[in-house]
Design a protein around this ligand. Structure first.
Ligand code: FES
Length: 140
């Protein structure tokens, strides 16, 4: 059974769309189910000012993508890095056990889009090393 928040984000997904000139972009897919997600970030002065997504996926995947765009908007990029699949599940008031893996799409896409941004800005070695992050995302 989905929470009211999951159903709301599935029926009324926020920030659907794309930026051709995004500062950070990611494309991720789940090979087990075939679902995929594109995430686009608008970043100004190291702050995520807007995020949007395109998704072909289950209701949980769409809800996770939608709430991810809300979670990151207005965050400094280094704070957005701390968002995990658990953050996303909590923001949706939980997911059914069989659907918790769907949150990986949102978290993984976010981290890849941030890497894309850091790579374009040539910031990754300094900013991520200072935080002690390895750059590895195990998707958990
Ligand atoms: Fe594929 Fe949900 S079943 S992401």
């Amino acid at each position: 059974m989905y929470s009211d928040k999951v159903l709301d984000h599935f029926h009324n997904p926020r920030n659907v769309g794309f930026f051709e000139d995004a500062e950070g972009m990611a494309q991720v897919g789940d090979p087990d189910c075939g679902d995929y997600l594109f995430l686009f970030l608008r970043i100004r002065d190291s702050m995520i000012t807007k995020a949007c997504f395109l998704c072909r996926g289950c209701p949980a995947a769409i809800a996770c993508a939608s709430v991810t765009t809300e979670l990151v908007t207005g965050l400094p990029v280094n704070d957005a890095w701390d968002i995990t699949d658990e953050t996303i599940v909590d923001a949706l008031d939980g997911l059914p056990e069989a659907k918790t893996h769907c949150s990986n799409l949102g978290a993984t896409a976010l981290h890849i889009a941030l890497f894309d941004y850091f790579h374009r800005k040539d910031k990754a070695p300094v900013e991520l090393e200072q935080r002690g992050d390895t750059g590895e995302n195990d998707g958990s």
